[in-house]
Write a protein that binds this ligand. Structure first.
Ligand code: PMP
Length: 321
């Protein structure tokens, strides 16, 4: 996916030019992976762009920083306002927003405490991550030969740059072998997550997803889908999932800001269910996209108009996608 440059990037409180958002090669993050970040979508609406669960993403960013003793001077509210500022500055209608908090240039040992903390927020145009047709037809995935991080090694609840070294191994292996994406097991052999997506299984009308203890990122989309299941009175359970349960499931789908809600049609070349998007997946997709398009009311205040003050939880009326 090539990167489409925009004009401005937010850096420590100021908007700077895209090309000036550079770091020194000896910044701590380059050698030691010391960064935490987020990925957020803004959707086009009749009132202009609206961000999806901006505040929750920024709170996860603040939490990720806290886990790594990487406190930045900005609150989740400040960061949400800054993200909206950068979307406005770049005159984007729909886009992907990428805040990054990193340990900068200053000291070269492993101990990061003398390095400055830099905060950047960029945005750019981004379509369907796994391909537009994937949302309907589903994708082919494999079980990775790589496991997700063991508990008490790299904390999975933090969205840290370093975790994505593991994600890259999972993703590259899958792509090399002709799959769209890989699903990692945790160190105990239970289903964990994709390189950038949470996993859900549907069996006999019950929706299952691995609990946070299975080394998964607490996905904002995962949480949204659990909430939608509860709203629709579809039984939903956070339970450990044995690998073989995937192969015999009625439906499997994955969720993420980039992937949105994408069905899986096969895993390890074993057809899942009927080999196409199943009815529960379709129902959840319809409900999820209905909120984003304004076809259904945004009862959980998940959308915030980019032009409105953060915290006002401005309703965005009837958006178009
Ligand atoms: N797991 C991993 C490893 C991810 O990178 C992502 C994407 N942020 C997710 C799950 C899904 O999280 P979210 O729904 O918050 O985008």
């Amino acid at each position: 996916m090539s990167l489409k440059k925009t004009e401005k990037i937010w850096h420590n409180g100021k908007l700077i030019n895209w090309d000036d958002a550079k770091i020194h090669v000896l910044s701590h993050v380059v050698s030691y992976g010391s960064s935490v970040f987020e990925g957020i979508r803004c959707y086009e609406t009749k009132q202009g762009p609206a961000s999806f669960r901006m505040r929750d993403h920024m709170q996860r960013l603040v939490n990720s920083g806290r886990i790594y003793r990487m406190e930045n001077p900005y609150s989740a509210g400040d960061l949400s306002a800054a993200a909206h500022e950068v979307v406005r500055a770049n005159r984007m209608n729909s886009c992907y927003v990428r805040p990054i908090v990193l340990r900068g240039y200053g000291d070269i040992g492993v101990n990061p405490v003398n390095c400055p903390i830099d905060v950047y927020i960029a945005c750019w145009e981004w379509g369907a991550y796994l391909g537009k047709e994937a949302l309907e037809q589903g994708v082919d995935m494999c079980i990775s030969s790589w496991s997700r991080m063991a508990p008490n090694t790299l904390p999975a609840m933090a969205k840290a740059g370093a975790n994505y070294m593991n994600s890259q191994l999972i993703n590259m292996e899958a792509k090399t072998n002709g799959y769209s994406e890989g699903i990692a097991l945790d160190v105990n052999g239970y289903v964990s997550e994709g390189s950038g997506e949470n996993i859900f299984v549907v069996q006999n009308g019950i929706v299952y997803t691995p609990p946070l203890a299975c080394s998964v990122l607490p996905g904002i989309t995962r949480n949204s889908i659990i909430t939608i299941c509860e709203d629709l009175r579809i039984p939903v359970r956070e339970e450990m999932i044995p690998r073989e349960m995937l192969y015999i499931a009625d439906e499997v789908f994955c969720t993420g800001t980039a992937a949105e809600l994408t069905p899986l049609r096969s895993i390890d070349r074993i057809t899942i269910g009927a080999g196409k998007r199943g009815p529960v997946t379709k129902g959840l997709q319809d409900e999820f996209f209905a909120v984003l398009t304004g076809a259904k009311p945004d009862v959980h205040s998940w959308l915030t108009a980019v032009n409105a003050p953060v915290g006002a939880a401005a309703p965005v009326g009837i958006p178009v996608r």
